[in-house]
Design a protein around this ligand. Structure first.
Ligand SMILES: [Zn+2]
Ligand SMILES: [Zn+2]
Ligand SMILES: [Zn+2]
Length: 177
């Protein structure tokens, strides 16, 4: 679980990248330079980025990459559970799930059978990732009753984050104007 307000983001980015390296090594898959670059761009912000946002950033860094390479990298990172696709924002975020904790078990990334909850802020655009045992239990119960097998369920909830609620009296744009 990640607290978006007041967190050490540099530590957050470092943790995501270190975890990706360890995990890929453990699984015997290659975190190529391209894949790492795409992950680093996603890790840089908690606001979901589209494939074209990523392409744009890579080009501005002076690297030329074809859109198809971005999509391939995104497919790889999604398959490894290192990033998540946020349908309602048409973008991707790096997984910030606390992977060093026991709840990840052997897999070391978000279990595709477990529900991931995203709290999406309509104002700053940030996505907070959460896992809830209570919610998981409820979903398992519903799935069992319906004999339904959920495939990487993601719950996307939009609203206003704590930070934006606190600053709503004096919006940021007022300072910029
Ligand atoms: Zn962060
Ligand atoms: Zn995750
Ligand atoms: Zn916000």
């Amino acid at each position: 679980m990640i607290e978006l307000e007041d967190h050490d983001h540099a530590k957050c980015v470092a943790r995501i990248l270190t975890h990706a390296e360890t995990l890929c090594q453990k699984r015997g898959v290659r975190l190529t330079e391209q894949r790492r670059k795409v992950l680093a761009i996603l890790a840089d912000s908690h606001v979901p980025a589209s494939a074209y946002d990523i392409l744009d950033k890579i080009n501005r860094q002076g690297n030329k990459l074809a859109p198809v390479s971005i999509y391939r990298a995104l497919d790889f990172l999604t398959a490894q559970g290192l990033i998540h696709r946020i349908e309602s924002r048409n973008g991707y975020v790096a997984c910030t799930h606390a992977h060093e904790s026991n709840e990840c078990g052997e897999t070391g990334s978000c279990d595709p059978e477990n529900v991931t909850v995203f709290l999406l802020c309509d104002q700053c655009g940030q996505a907070g990732e959460f896992h809830s045992e209570a919610l998981q239990g409820l979903l398992d119960k519903i799935a069992a009753t319906e004999r339904f097998r959920a495939n990487a369920p993601i719950l996307e909830i939009s609203g206003t984050c704590a930070q934006c609620q606190d600053s709503s009296i004096e919006p940021l744009e007022a300072h910029e104007a």
